[in-house]
Design a protein around this ligand. Structure first.
Ligand code: TXE
Length: 490
């Protein structure tokens, strides 16, 4: 049974409650794990607070913390196959994707291992003679790290690795749907060796465990990846003590195809942009914007290939697309499809649960494409978070930009054209945290990741992702102190 890890010990929840963890491919129970509540969370927060004040942790140098991170990266590489298998069992995603995720996790730990001892602060110009002014970065304190179910370990690594690099302590809460690889990561971290209380894991629901983390007066920073509405709740709760808040929320990313784009490559990537991880990616290319002159040809090709997508068990190497993560999410996605049809979007392919006995046991939905959409439709404006592509057309560059930005989100965007000057003009106008030119989905630890508008606050990864986990301190030293003689000096 999967337990929680609090104050250096593996523990059951105080109530003894447990939760079954389900494989979304066939609804079989993969494991049973502890189900914590507010009381367990408070205990973990207290342990993290104590550990933050403990010299054993505070006195470690950046180099030593970097060494711990490097060891974690190495262990993840050793456990790659097992971690990837677990991720596929728990999320339903295909094994190749899980392997990519786990390689990404190791890379994130390695990147922050290298960064942990690089920032020695800076000396700034002081307006006064005989003085030295410097700015240093210090850890924030106790960090609450709340992660989602779509990239369970990868999204968590964006938080845990920089939090350690900066010298914080933490309470980790994975999604209640997908805790298995996170439990395994904690085992790895225990083996690498951290002082008790530096790393704590609490399992359980968002409304109890997550809410306590967001509200607690003893948590100094909350970093959350998940839905925009949950992000709003967390931000409100975090006002209790004005926690530093980092939010990576939803997206509704435009994928803009000009007529001069390399046709076959653009089609290929457009499919990958939306159907990767069954559309359950915050940066999925959900809104395809195609120049009118190639629209019909482009859609025909997309539909032809979408019909061939093989759904099935993520562990089967033949499978190209797995199920959605849960019955509740399948229901959400299905609702969006019905609304789209009612609103007059033209269903080009998919739109229903697949036939065939084996797929009935899982939370499958067919790859779905809606043609002739417009930006007033909810299917275009909402984040469906399923394998649903909407298609709109444009005539001019200006129109493409206007449609691309016609969303409350701003996580990512892509533009496809062979005209490099046009590409730069469009990039400059798109309101998104990441813009790809003739590519999609790529991200890596060196580059900051996060969104404009309602896609969130702050950035993960890159050196900016480390700075989120630090406080700035200005130190001013008078090197020739003299009495001022200001008060009561008659
Ligand atoms: O996510 P939630 P849900 C989007 C996507 C999806 C929608 C809802 O559109 O359809 O969100 O998904 C924890 N205080 N994304 O409901 O609720 C929860 O336990 C603190 C985008 O499954 O955001 C889990 O650990 N924490 C996305 C985490 O928040 C709370 C990834 C994410 O769950 C909480 C996932 C609370 N009050 C969904 N309530 C992305 N950006 O990649 C829940 N949680």
């Amino acid at each position: 049974m999967g337990k929680m890890y609090i104050n250096g010990e593996w523990v059951k929840s105080k109530t003894g409650e447990t939760r079954k963890v389900i494989n979304p491919y066939n609804q079989e129970v993969i494991d049973t794990v502890a189900e914590g509540n507010r009381e367990d969370t408070i205990y973990a927060i207290q342990a993290a607070r104590k550990a933050f004040n403990n010299e054993d942790w505070r006195q470690l140098t950046g180099e030593e913390r970097g060494d711990l991170l490097y060891q974690i990266a190495q262990s993840i590489r050793k456990e790659r196959d097992e971690l990837a298998r677990l991720e596929t069992l728990n999320t339903g995603k295909v094994l190749t994707e899980s392997i990519g995720d786990i390689d990404g996790v190791a890379n994130v730990f390695q990147y922050y291992a290298g960064l942990a001892d690089k920032d020695g602060g800076s000396v700034i110009n002081s307006p006064n003679p005989n003085s030295v002014s410097r700015v240093v970065r210090e850890p924030v304190g106790v960090c609450g790290l709340i992660s989602p179910w779509n990239f369970p370990l990868l999204q968590l690594s964006y938080k845990v690795a920089p939090a350690i690099a900066a010298g914080n302590t933490m309470v980790i809460k994975p999604s209640e749907l997908t805790p298995l690889t996170t439990i395994k990561l904690i085992e790895i971290m225990e083996e690498v060796g951290f002082p008790s209380g530096v790393i704590n894991l609490v399992l359980g629901q968002g409304s109890t465990v997550g809410q306590e983390i967001a509200e607690s007066l003893d948590v100094d920073l909350v970093s959350f990846t998940g839905g925009t509405e949950t992000g709003r709740t967390i931000m409100q709760a975090a006002t209790s003590n004005f926690k530093k808040t980092s939010l990576e929320l939803g997206g509704n990313s435009p994928n803009i195809i000009f007529a001069d784009a390399q046709f076959e490559t653009a089609v290929d990537y457009a499919l990958n942009a939306i159907f990767f991880t069954t559309g359950q990616a915050c940066n999925a290319g959900t809104r395809l914007l195609v120049e009118k002159s190639i629209h019909n040809e482009f859609v025909n090709e997309l539909v032809k290939r979408a019909k061939n997508i093989r759904m099935g068990d993520g562990l089967d190497p033949e499978t190209e697309m797995g199920p959605l993560v849960s019955a509740a999410h399948l229901n959400n996605v299905d609702n969006y499809i019905q609304i789209a049809i009612e609103e007059g979007a033209e269903l080009a392919v998919g739109g229903k649960r697949p036939e065939g006995e084996t797929l009935q046991k899982g939370f499958f939905i067919e790859p779905t494409i809606f043609n002739h959409c417009h930006s007033k439709m909810s299917i275009v404006q909402e984040e469906t978070f399923g394998p649903i592509l909407t298609i709109e057309t444009f005539d001019t560059e200006e129109e493409a930009i206007q449609l691309g930005n016609d969303t409350r989100y701003g996580l990512a965007a892509a533009v496809w054209t062979e005209d490099t000057n046009r590409a730069e003009r469009v990039v400059g106008q798109l309101l998104a945290g990441t813009v790809w030119v003739n590519d999609f989905h790529i991200n890596f630890p060196q580059a900051p990741w996060g969104g404009y508008k309602q896609s969130g606050i702050g950035r993960e990864m890159g050196k900016e992702g480390l700075e989120e986990y630090t406080e700035l301190k200005h130190v001013y030293k008078n090197t020739a102190p003299q009495p001022m003689g200001w008060f009561g000096n008659q």
